[in-house]
Design a protein around this ligand. Structure first.
Ligand code: GRG
Length: 276
């Protein structure tokens, strides 16, 4: 973020800072740093820098998602959204600047880890693929196109695997690659990531249907936007049960690779037990 402060006009830099630094659960960087530690990594400062690249992508995605041409939200993390605070033009520029800045952040910090040049490239590639058209951007596109339609279960799963699941999975893969983990451990963590990604989204839909905008600190709701949700598809009880089954699968993935990291176990549970 420091270099962005130098390169950008002050209002654009302030908007980027607002989008990335204004709270949030920090789930993606926590997953990355925890996977790194679980795989035996010991260069923690660079690992945190690598983890920050995920929050830069996540922050930009929320800033752009909230714009009037997308979800048109004025409340995020219980604060006015970035475009409400800084204007649409500034928010578009700040979000766009964050994408290459995140790629640079990922590559430079991964190079300081024990994964070598090849691993640094692989970690950066994991971030960019998850953020791109095959991942988050593609998922967002499907989400916008799906408004006002009833999506089938496979369509909803596909949308959310890309929109939400891809970046959560990349967080784990990046941490594991950064620590120089074996392929089998990287793929077990990817399976854990896909499972908690789906559990996270199902829970998001449950919270959206059961909590107020004030409690969640964001608007508009899925119903306001006429979006397909897991709650509409399955009802509240079955949606909760499906989220729990994904948590069970995430824990089984850890066990299959003998990854004994209590924080990953706790995070899988947190994903479905959270209140916002
Ligand atoms: C041009 C089509 C197109 C896309 C641009 C805007 C965009 C890219 C992508 C948006 C993707 C998006 C909004 C994903 C949301 C995922 C999600 C569940 C967000 C909420 O995550 P939390 O709960 O948020 O981790 P906090 O506030 O805790 O960080």
């Amino acid at each position: 973020m420091a270099r962005l402060d130098e390169d950008l006009a002050p209002d654009v830099a302030a908007a980027a800072r607002h989008g990335v630094m204004s709270g949030g659960k920090r789930l993606r960087p926590i997953l990355c740093a925890t996977a790194y530690r679980a795989c035996g990594g010991n260069g923690h400062e660079a690992a945190y820098d690598l983890a920050a690249s995920l929050e830069m992508i996540h922050g930009y995605s929320l800033m752009h998602d909230d714009l009037p041409c997308m979800d048109d939200a004025d409340l995020r993390r219980s604060e006015p959204t970035t475009h409400v605070e800084y204007g649409e033009d500034v928010t578009v520029r700040a979000g766009a600047a964050l994408i290459p800045a995140a790629a640079r952040q990922a590559l430079e910090s991964a190079r300081r880890l024990e994964c070598g040049e090849e691993g640094a490239h692989a970690a950066t590639q994991a971030l960019l693929e998850a953020a791109g058209a095959g991942g988050m951007v593609g998922g967002q596109w499907l989400d916008l196109e799906g408004e006002g339609k009833s999506l089938a279960a496979e369509e909803l799963d596909g949308l959310h695997r890309r929109k939400t699941g891809a970046l959560l999975t990349a967080a784990l893969v990046m941490g594991a690659i950064g620590a120089g983990a074996d392929e089998s451990v990287v793929s077990a963590l990817a399976r854990y990531g896909r499972a908690i990604g789906l559990a996270f989204q199902i829970t998001d839909d449950v919270l959206d249907a059961t909590q107020s905008a004030e409690t969640l600190g964001k608007n508009p709701s899925d119903a306001d936007l006429d979006k397909s949700t897991y709650v509409l598809l399955y009802g509240l009880d079955e949606a909760r049960a499906r989220a729990q089954r994904q948590v069970d699968d995430a824990l089984a993935a850890l066990e299959s690779a003998e990854i004994d990291e209590p924080v990953l176990t706790a995070l899988a549970r947190f994903v479905v037990e959270r209140e916002k």
